[in-house]
Design a binder for this molecule. Structure first.
Ligand code: PLP
Length: 367
């Protein structure tokens, strides 16, 4: 039996239109988009159409660079910190995805001083802590739009304005917000991923504000404006472009549908406590806990639902969630938390079936 899929933060199913858009570039149109002949030019044109489709959802005064993932886009973006003369400090929110957090911490080995900014019990950045840490030494500030584990929406506009007042660059990991929410205009660097918006895996984007210098991450043939060498996959680009286009067309419809699922889930999981802010949140992410529960056991008992115990990375590694810990949750509370992710292709019946199976297993465990 195929489980009910409620893990749309880990990845999303491929939209059928995306699959159709990719196929021709995997079959007959195999030209290298960097070749000057007619087949190459055709592939290059498809890549540029996709670039425009992604750019349509991003601020106007910048450029779109295709990468192999959002993680790669973030690694590329953080290189901009090296271009800021006399500045050797990086500040990122403690609850960032490992792609930002661990990369920022790695910069400590490169002579940078990296600060992890604390959050309050709701998971929201403490702006006074950011203010206190900013100085003429700060090169880059990193803040995510929507948290992948708890769905909390950070005040990215304010964070960017504060970073700019200190003369620092601002990187926004918009992976969980792109295609779902309006993208803030203020960041200098924005990262996103194909497989979180019903597009393919293996492709991401870095958007860079005009005028920002970016050292190359991958050296070679000079593709992607000289910063990310390597032959692009027209199929992946066309898939991501089409996924972005559909998100733009359906943003309101998708949101209404996801809010309906979230409302139903909140009432069906009435005995559970929500982790993270109730107000500043993306409705498609519901992170809840029930005291006394052992989620590892729950997950093996509930085979009929694909859901998560924290972020896919944290649950895969067996590491307790650094996000829930940053909110001040005790280890036992962290072990009793699950994440449900609603998506475009889920129905209210999916939510009801999942709630029935999870609640039933939880009751058995707690009785
Ligand atoms: N940032 C956030 C918030 C994410 O949720 C993810 C994926 O889980 C990433 C970054 C990394 O994206 P990718 O899988 O494209 O490297």
């Amino acid at each position: 039996m195929t489980p009910v899929y409620l893990d749309n933060q880990a990845t999303t199913p491929l939209a059928p239109e995306v699959f159709d858009a990719m196929l021709p570039w995997l079959k007959d149109n195999f030209g290298n988009p960097h070749s000057p002949h007619v087949m190459g030019r055709k592939a290059a044109a498809a890549v540029e159409v996709a670039r425009e489709q992604v750019a349509a959802l991003l601020p106007k005064n910048g450029r779109v660079i295709f990468t192999g993932s959002a993680t790669e886009a973030i690694n590329l973006a953080m290189g901009a910190a090296r271009t800021r003369q006399g500045r050797d400090r990086i500040a990122v929110i403690d609850t960032e995805h490992a792609a930002v957090r661990d990369t920022a911490l790695w910069y400590r080995t490169q002579g940078f001083e990296t600060r992890l900014l604390p959050v309050d019990a709701d998971g929201l950045i403490l702006l006074e802590e950011l203010e206190a840490c900013l100085s003429e030494k700060t090169a880059l500030v990193g803040a995510m739009l929507v948290n992948n584990e708890i769905g909390v929406i950070q005040p990215v506009e304010q964070i960017a304005e504060m970073a700019h007042r200190a003369g620092a660059l601002m990187l926004c990991d918009a992976v969980q917000g792109f295609g779902r929410l309006a993208i803030p205009q203020q960041p200098d660097l924005i990262a996103l991923s194909g497989h979180k918006i019903y597009g393919p895996k293996g492709i991401g984007v870095l958007w860079v504000r005009n005028g920002i210098e970016l050292p190359p991450l991958i050296h070679g043939g000079g593709q992607e404006q000289g910063v990310r060498s390597g032959t692009l996959s027209p199929a992946l680009c066309a898939g991501l472009g089409t996924a972005a286009k559909i998100c733009a067309e359906r943003m309101e419809v998708d949101m209404t549908h996801i809010e309906a699922q979230a409302d139903r889930a909140r009432s069906l999981f009435g005995d559970w406590t929500v982790n993270g802010s109730l107000e500043q949140r993306y409705a498609g992410n519901l992170n809840i806990r029930r005291d006394g529960l052992d989620v590892a056991r729950l997950m093996s008992d509930v085979r009929g639902v694909a859901f998560s115990a924290g972020s896919a990375c944290a649950s895969g590694s067996g590491r307790p969630s650094h996000v829930l810990a940053a909110l001040g949750l005790e280890p036992l509370q962290i072990k009793s938390s699950i994440r449900l992710g609603f998506g475009r292709y889920n129905s209210l019946e999916d939510v009801e079936q999942a709630a029935h199976l999870i609640n039933q297993a939880a009751e058995t465990q707690l009785s």
